[in-house]
Design a protein around this ligand. Structure first.
Ligand code: RP5
Length: 163
């Protein structure tokens, strides 16, 4: 993409989420989608989080991906501060394996939506793919890249052999 201003903001509650959330930024970058990643906590840095999300639209971001674990409020808080689509990724947690994160992220009250993906890396990757699909509604070049990616998956499966 000619313009390198970030289109997708990937935020996460802790640096400990980064190992998982790399999958989101790597996927976005693979599709040539400019992105930025930040640690922002709904609980530990609420004002910074509100400031980042409130200014996201005016800075040119079109989608926000928000990852958090445990009492995972980041995606919901982000959605409360912007009309941009917010995709939530529940992080796998040590005590409850991410079920806590999943329920905290997915159970939004009617009126403020968060599109919630799967727990952990599959969710991080799919959040990026969904963000790309959202951007692709008005970008034919991205639509072609999604088609090519889907075709690659078919080709890979078709070639599988079992010993
Ligand atoms: C959440 O608490 C973060 O998103 C992370 O998944 C979890 C644990 O954070 P750390 O204690 O590892 O910083 O806010």
């Amino acid at each position: 993409m000619a313009d390198h201003k970030p289109l997708v903001g990937v935020i996460m509650g802790s640096k400990s989420d980064w190992d998982t959330m790399r999958s989101a930024t790597e996927t976005l970058t693979k599709f040539g989608v400019p992105n930025e990643a930040r640690v922002l906590s709904a609980h530990r840095s609420p004002a910074l989080t509100a400031e980042y999300v409130s200014s996201a639209e005016s800075r040119g971001l079109e989608v926000i991906i928000a990852a958090a674990g445990g009492a995972a409020h980041l995606a919901g808080v982000a959605a409360a501060h912007t009309i941009l689509p917010v995709l939530g990724v529940p992080m796998e947690s040590a005590s409850l394996k991410g079920l806590d994160s999943l329920l905290s992220t997915v159970q939004m009250p009617g009126g403020i939506p968060v599109g919630t993906l799967a727990i952990g890396k599959p969710g991080a990757t799919n959040a990026a793919l969904l963000a790309i699909a959202i951007l692709a509604t008005s970008r034919p070049d991205l639509r072609e890249k999604i088609r090519a990616f889907r075709a690659e998956q078919v080709e890979k499966i078709a070639k599988e052999t079992l010993a």
